[in-house]
Unconditional design. Sequence first.
Length: 242
Amino acid sequence: MIYPSDPIGTLLGQWAVELNTASILFRIALSVLFAAVIGWERSSKRHSAGLRTFLLMSLASTAAMLLDVFLAGRSSGGLPLLSAASVIAGAVISVNSVLFSSRSQIKGLTTSVGLWVCGMIGLALGAGCYTLALIAFLALLTGLALFPALEAFLNNRSNHFEVHLELTSSARLQDFVTTIRKLNMTIDDIELNPAYANSGLAVYTVAISVHSKELKQYKTHSEIIEALSALDYVYHIEEMRQ
């Protein structure tokens, strides 16, 4: 099948837009290369889905689309993209396993979406849509590599944040709540973490809202948490992020 509307395919030549041995190898190689870059970016930040996961997802997507294109070319009436659909279903399952891998809590959301998008890039490459695949790859890489810094800057100055709190005793929880109120902040939710039941510590997940104009203007989450960590009954405290 030929895709004359694809600028990169047209630039490369007829061999690249048709389905042949050279184009198949080229599409798979590009798929592996793109997935390797995205997978390396995720694994370098110690996220749950790393290099191999992204490579396999992209490779499976590319191979599935190549199969669908091949079968569609041999059928006069055209065939539905059954192989591609199965890969999309598999990506959804993989995303769910990443999202709910820790006591049914939503974690790894960015990695999960990145894995799904990587699968879509593989499908585009398998279909010979090089321009679409390249644009999607660059957009995904930019989003994963550059946006976190901006996101962290904005989140660190928002009015709401969540912390992992370890107290030396559960009896000191009321003291912590009192301190938060004195700083003109409120606690929206407190959840006891049962995983630390035998550790000798009282461990909580605490959602906090900032109401003080002074704190909003001059203090970031990091500075607030640093101040709270100085309390003698706080064993450890850190902000929880996705």
